[in-house]
Design a protein around this ligand. Sequence first.
Ligand SMILES: Cc1cc2nc3c(=O)[nH]c(=O)nc-3n(C[C@H](O)[C@H](O)[C@H](O)COP(=O)(O)OP(=O)(O)OC[C@H]3O[C@@H](n4cnc5c(N)ncnc54)[C@H](O)[C@@H]3O)c2cc1C
Length: 489
Amino acid sequence: MSEEGGTTAPPAIDRKVRLKVPAQHVPKQPPEVRVHNWEETYQGFDLETARIEAYRCIQCPAAPCQKACPVHNDIPGAFNLLEQGDAVGAANVFRQTSNLPEVCGRICPQEKLCEGDCVVGKHNIPVQIGKLEAFCSDYQRRTEGLPVPVVAERTGRRVAVVGAGPAGLAVAELTAAQGHDVTVFDAWPYPGGLLTYGIPNFKLSKRIVREKMAQLEALDIRFVTNTVVGRDVRVRQLLDDQGFDVVFVGVGATKGGRMRIPGEDLPKVHQATDFLVRANAPQDLLPPGYHERPWVGDRCIVIGGGDTAMDCVRSARRLGAGQVACVYRRTEAEMRCREEERRHAVEEGVQFRYLVQPLEFLADASGKLVGVRCQEMRLTEADESGRRRPEPIPGHVFDLACDSAVVAVGYSPDDEWQRDSDQIETDRSGLVVIDRRTGRTSDPRVFAGGDIVNGADLVVTAMADGRRAAAAINEYLSQLGCKGARPGS
Ligand SMILES: Cc1cc2nc3c(=O)[nH]c(=O)nc-3n(C[C@H](O)[C@H](O)[C@H](O)COP(=O)(O)OP(=O)(O)OC[C@H]3O[C@@H](n4cnc5c(N)ncnc54)[C@H](O)[C@@H]3O)c2cc1C
């Protein structure tokens, strides 16, 4: 209020001044250093530089960045606090709509989401929203630790979450906070899904995942690991015999695609997930039989053009391969990976062979992999995905020598979880059909979200699904009412 009692207009935003501020530099490990370690590539902003970068946000009222974010983070609101030096306040703004800001800040494809719609980007480099989100949440973790969750009174209602990836973890966190008893089942020894057993450390440090798990344990969430739902226990048993009121299915789409070409089962032809798990996951989080790091030799060929392929080429360099080639059947323009990740790979010495389709893995007389027979391709008209279709150039076949190869050609759902749960509707690809507003499946007590619904996608979309489903589960359980607290709690 002004002294006269009227309303004071908010200070005008000095947009012209802000637009002249250059984008701030985020320090990175130099390529020749980082290929010898598994630490994160980016070393992050300091507070002063982060404040300047946040000041580049022109606080546009329409906030297209916020609309483009799958969880609608209040990005201008967070940066308003950050530019004034309140990094913890900014982190808390992100935490209102996101369970994993330190993860999304690092690995969301911001150029296709928030930064892609940043108005500053029409004149200059967009505000580095992801790097700032990571900075604020890291600053909070470093200075105060993750916020201690507030838990509502116990309801006695029980939620089973199948799959401890970003979708399942979001459901677990948000339903436990409402006082429900939450148990998370996962096939791996440790939670996190692909955050732990897929995405390499040079993009996302495992320390972040471990700190998140410690925060969730403070919510009294039970983790039942090394348990395959469908084999060790069934969805139906969880509901009918074990007393769970609802089940959330967030099992991802983790079955690696195969090329179906001769020689694919040769030793040293690795499948991407297995390769990345062995290369990246800490030894103490690996199940028996997984402890040996993959052998790559000096020459490694990675097949594929997505983010997984980029993670594999960069991991192969860190495992000691001197010559790493990424073989892709279309061109750079059709690659699905982040441009930033392709650039990092190039900086790290990875060669790209475009318009090349492997035909066969080649072995010598002793059965040892020695190379890949390849077909040269050319592009024709666009297919239904809008990308130009590759076709073979007759007679253009050649061999590439290698010591190891990695197949990184996509993921599909594994239907093991579904044994005996065939009341739950899936589509022809095995993806679960849900009501998009609630995440509810054809069985009213079963909800689903993440890659098992969308196909292989993103951490942020899986988390957004989990958040939507958690809201619907909380509403459903509140309609059922309290059941009395768990014995002993
Ligand atoms: C190598 C790689 C790199 C990626 N990089 C990025 C990136 O940079 N940015 C980005 O946004 N996204 C990235 N993604 C995609 C992202 O990781 C996924 O979209 C996201 O993790 C999906 O979350 P989810 O919760 O649906 O499933 P997941 O993270 O796949 O988790 C599913 C969990 O369910 C468990 N499970 C499966 N079946 C069963 C069962 N029957 N019983 C018990 N547990 C079961 C699994 O063990 C797993 O822990 C990457 C994916 C891969 C493979």
